[in-house]
Design a protein around this ligand. Structure first.
Ligand code: ZN
Ligand code: ZN
Length: 374
């Protein structure tokens, strides 16, 4: 049984090897990353793997019984639900709460924002097979405050979860605004979710709600997308840069290491307005799902490369996400923070500069100086 679950997990991670048989309805021939049938990366599409490479990975994964069980549990703390629910309006302080994997509750600009919400037990097209959750969500869907904005980095099952987005869409007090990559809006509409905006790389969306305001930018990263057979790279993927008067945040989504992060840093530095001034207060960078390197390198950074992204972005502080929750790849669930500690030390960074959180933990962060800034 264990073997069959492992095989299924691997298949779900890589089952769309058969190219792309779709039409890109948003195709713009003047943009380098657009293709008639989908999208491509800025620097390499070696994120695509052949069937032979997938088989080789599946075989070695079974042969070596990977991933090995973790030696220690992912740190978990009781959430401060009272604080999270009360942290709104004029008195809101910037705060981030790790719910698990890449799912993060971000409170800034007066708004409650969920990144890549995944609350289901499995990250797979079906709930009876596929990678299973090791730790329950740090905050349950029922305990969340009213969510204003949901940001989806790409349509992989561990980032876009049908049950979660449906539940959020029917939350008490009305649906949030869903912001998704180009091509994903159609899927959301198919799920009955209509309050959706889709974004291309380098586009921005000013979200103005009665309780707050936020400038959302969608930025390039090196990854891919798919949810079914023959839809590889049919919809876009990316990271988010969020600018509010009180806080600036970056979220990588899933990515391999590329020049996209220097490009992102330069893009905002060149537009050194009061709005973008001072760079990112916090960058949330994926640090898990990176072994084996020969297969994963182009699509998932390891902690060492995550540290380089932290530097490329010139972020004041970074937090590692996308680990400790689902067994997706060959490293053990508890390996990312161990490798991150080594990478941090090699780079001469402190724990404060780049660390991980406990599931359920909330970090309160200082507000930016308001004088003269938006
Ligand atoms: Zn992904
Ligand atoms: Zn992922």
């Amino acid at each position: 049984m264990k073997i069959s679950v492992r095989v299924l997990s691997t298949v779900f991670l890589s089952w769309t090897l058969f190219g792309c048989a779709t039409v890109n309805e948003d195709y713009n021939p003047s943009l380098k990353h657009h293709r008639p049938d989908g999208f491509q990366n800025n620097y390499t599409d070696a994120t695509d793997k052949s069937g032979l490479e997938v088989l080789k990975w599946m075989w070695s994964r079974q042969r070596d019984s990977l991933p090995k069980p973790p030696q220690r549990q992912t740190p978990v703390v009781s959430p401060d639900i009272e604080f999270v629910r009360a942290n709104k309006g004029e008195s809101q302080v910037p705060a981030i709460t790790w719910i698990g994997h890449a799912t993060m509750l971000v409170q800034m600009g007066g708004l409650n924002i969920l990144l890549d919400p995944v609350f289901s037990d499995r990250v797979s097209p079906v709930q009876f097979a596929g990678p299973k959750r090791y730790q329950p969500p740090g905050i349950s869907l029922q305990d969340l405050p009213h969510i204003d904005l949901v940001l989806i980095s790409h349509n992989h099952y561990d980032h876009l979860d049908t049950g979660s987005v449906r539940a959020l869409n029917s939350q008490a007090g009305g649906p949030p605004l869903f912001v998704v990559p180009l091509g994903v809006r159609k899927w959301m509409i198919g799920e009955g979710i209509e309050n959706v905006r889709q974004m291309d790389w380098w586009e921005n969306l000013l979200v103005k709600l009665p309780n707050g305001e936020l400038d959302v930018h969608f930025t390039p990263v090196q990854h891919w997308s798919s949810r079914g057979i023959a839809d590889r790279r049919a919809t876009l993927w990316g990271g988010f840069a969020l600018f509010a008067a009180d806080f600036h945040l970056y979220f990588s989504g899933d990515t391999g290491y590329s020049q996209d992060f220097l490009d992102t840093q330069r893009y905002f530095a060149e537009r050194q307005t009061t709005e973008f001034g001072g760079g990112f207060d916090v960058a949330l960078i994926a640090v898990g799902a990176y072994e084996p390197r020969w297969f994963m390198k182009e699509q998932h950074v390891n902690p060492q490369e995550a540290v380089q992204i932290h530097r490329d972005l010139n972020a004041k502080r970074s937090i590692g996400v996308h680990w400790g929750t689902f067994d997706l790849t060959d490293e053990s669930l508890d390996q990312p923070p161990i490798d991150l500690a080594v990478a941090r030390e090699t780079a001469g960074l402190s724990r404060q500069d780049f660390d991980v959180m406990a599931i359920g933990q909330t970090i309160k962060l200082p507000k930016r100086a308001v004088a003269g800034t938006k």
